[in-house]
Ligand binder design. Structure first.
Ligand code: TYD
Length: 223
């Protein structure tokens, strides 16, 4: 993934407004441990931060999350419900926050759909791209932190935490395909992604996040 390791800060999609940051990775890659830290980083620099997640982030989105994680359903329904939740989330929270100039930090976004429903489930990625263009449009993240770990490592971490939901219950092959999906997205958009080694120590990961955040802040101040 070397091409994706050195992105240029490009807070352009939402220029003149806020900053849209997403965190991605297979279940157990460790992204959630850094969400609060990133929020604190931006708050300490005087920014309003909206911390949110997908699926979820709105009343409807959180209800859909409950269904998506625990109710058996077909793959097409799963895909469409992900986008239904995302549509509400963008309209009610993400876009208004960006317009106010906030930093929006979202735990998972459309890259998850490409990776999980596309490569993981094997659904048509052209269909996903169409839905993404229609629902997300120009509101693409400015920066995406991708936590990368082998599926076997992530599985060991997950089993230690709590009972599996519908996604976490999938086998190692599924998660290797999801990981490959993320890899493809990162290679297609190296300027947006910063790929982090999910097996690095916490201080090392924080150091990389801090360096990149500083860079993003500098760009924001100069736009
Ligand atoms: P996550 O919040 O990371 O789970 P947890 O609370 O267990 O840390 O994500 C919930 C699950 O939803 C995760 O297994 C990935 C899945 N997901 C998709 O399959 N497609 C999507 O578009 C999104 C946003 C999530």
């Amino acid at each position: 993934m070397s091409a994706a390791r050195h992105p240029h800060a490009s807070p352009t999609a939402n220029a003149g407004a806020g900053l849209f940051i997403t965190l991605e990775g297979i279940d157990g890659a460790g992204k959630s441990s850094h969400v609060e830290w990133l929020a604190a980083y931006w708050r300490e620099r005087g920014r309003e931060v909206v911390l949110t997640r997908e699926p979820g982030g709105t009343e409807l989105g959180e209800r859909l999350r409950e269904l998506l994680l625990h109710t058996p359903m077909g793959q097409d329904a799963e895909l469409l419900l992900m986008f239904a939740a995302r549509s509400e989330h963008l309209a009610q929270r993400i876009v208004p926050a960006l317009r106010r100039g906030s930093v929006v930090i979202c735990d998972r976004f459309a890259d998850s759909t490409f990776a999980y429903q596309g490569l993981g489930r094997g659904l048509d990625t052209a269909w996903i791209a169409f839905l993404e263009a229609r629902v997300v449009g120009a509101h693409r993240p400015d920066r995406t932190y991708l936590f990368d770990v082998p599926a076997a490592v992530a599985a060991r971490r997950r089993s230690a935490v709590r009972p599996a939901d519908r996604f976490e219950a999938e086998d190692e092959d599924f998660f290797e395909r999801v990981r490959e999906g993320y890899r493809q997205r990162a290679l297609a958009e190296p300027h947006r992604f910063l790929c982090l080694d999910g097996q690095a120590t916490m201080p090392n990961i924080r150091e990389e996040l801090a360096r990149d955040s500083e860079h993003l802040l500098e760009k924001l101040l100069n736009t």
